[in-house]
Design a protein. Structure first.
Length: 211
């Protein structure tokens, strides 16, 4: 019984650790729908109601899955300044989180700016065009944030556009999770603890057979 209990603790420990590392955002990969004009499930549109666009439609290099989100997509293709998307996430005050996402642009002509806001703390990403016509690859961007409340609002908004809607920001693979500075044990720590539990199980087995 002692050995079984130890293994149950080990399984529960790893299960809880993996769960804690899951993406806190709903539909961060934009794969839950295929509509080009309907707001993606889990998100709230700001401005016009844009949907998702398949990578295959313009032969855009895929970053994650089959679809990406275009801040100046089919819902508002011209001059989409102020358009965006947002989602509220439950957080623990004082815990550090990391927002990671893939970023690109339509890359036809002109410039645009994507503003990312995490509970009012903003960071701007300036996007210039090289003229690849939706053929530019995605870069991975990361922002760290320490939560101040139990609910955090994450927003992506296009704030500048000099292209007439021809270089709008595109995002995909959005992940918001407890960062390395948070309260989730790191993999090395989990392995050490797991090894210790297995060792205790072996020791208990030896004592059992000696009796």
């Amino acid at each position: 019984m002692r050995i079984l209990s130890l293994f149950c603790i080990l399984i529960a420990f790893f299960g809880l650790s993996l769960a804690a590392q899951a993406n806190l955002l709903v539909n961060g990969d934009f794969e839950a729908s295929s509509s080009p004009v309907t707001t993606p499930p889990g998100w709230t549109n700001i401005g016009h109601s844009d949907g998702v666009i398949p990578y295959s439609q313009f032969s855009t290099p895929a970053y994650d899955g089959l679809y990406f989100y275009d801040l100046g997509g089919f819902g508002n293709a011209n001059e989409p300044v102020g358009d965006g998307i947002m989602q509220n996430v439950a957080t623990t005050p004082g815990t550090e989180y990391t927002l990671t996402f893939g970023l690109s642009s339509e890359d036809v002509r002109g410039n645009s700016t994507l503003r990312v806001s995490i509970d009012g703390i903003t960071r701007d990403f300036n996007l210039t065009s090289a003229g690849t016509f939706l053929g530019k690859g995605f870069t991975t961007e990361t922002i760290n944030y320490v939560a101040t409340g139990t609910l955090t609002t994450i927003m992506f908004i296009e704030t500048v556009n000099t292209s007439g809607g021809n270089n709008d920001p595109m995002i995909d693979g959005v992940i918001f999770d407890v960062s390395g500075g948070g309260k989730v044990p790191e993999p090395a720590t989990m392995i050490l603890l797991g090894s210790g539990l297995i060792g205790l199980a072996g020791y208990g087995k030896k004592k059992f057979f000696k009796k």
